[in-house]
Design a protein around this ligand. Sequence first.
Ligand code: AKG
Ligand code: MN
Length: 209
Amino acid sequence: MPDLLAGSAAQRLPLPDADLLLWQQADLGLAYDRLLQQLIEETDWRQERITVYGKPYLQPRLSSWYGDFAYSYSGIRLEPSPWTPTLQQIRKRVEALTRLRFNSVLLNYYRDEHDGMGMHSDDEPELGPRPAIASISLGEERDFILRHRQRKHPGTVKLPLPSGSLLLMQGDTQRYWRHGINKLRRRCGPRVNLTFRRIIAGTPREVRV
Ligand SMILES: O=C(O)CCC(=O)C(=O)O
Ligand SMILES: [Mn+2]
């Protein structure tokens, strides 16, 4: 049974080698549906071509990178767009809830059931060794899949992320766990996910393939 943290609506998720806090309904200052529509309309969406083991792929989703620094992963380099008022407002709420500071955000737009994200860890060197990543979900509820890199138990963990939820991943989570979003067989509507991150300035940028 997840323990409710004193003075906050966050639940701690009891997974080994992980530090995960979940707010089911974060106060983002605006109705979740309104924010979803605003982000779908205002964001500079792109479908990135990535390279995995030397092979080119189109990512099965749209994405966009905002903030103060460029970001590199899977063979691509994302140049940042400047913060919009909507993103600044969400960042302020996320920072107040988590009591952490973030200087960048990656947005992902899962248009329907055909969009997803492969299993990975957010372990790029520019995030530092034990990054804090705050993930806001809006729109269709999708399962966040978690799998430990070494342990057989508890196996595949499915964490449903409802519209308006805030998931904070920190500590050793990225070191020991991979996560992703599966494509679905059933039809589903749009979902936008925002992962707020802190890029450590001055870290040499490596291109990962
Ligand atoms: O859409 C999600 O909930 C996951 C996003 C994610 O893992 C990422 O942006 O690195
Ligand atoms: Mn991730």
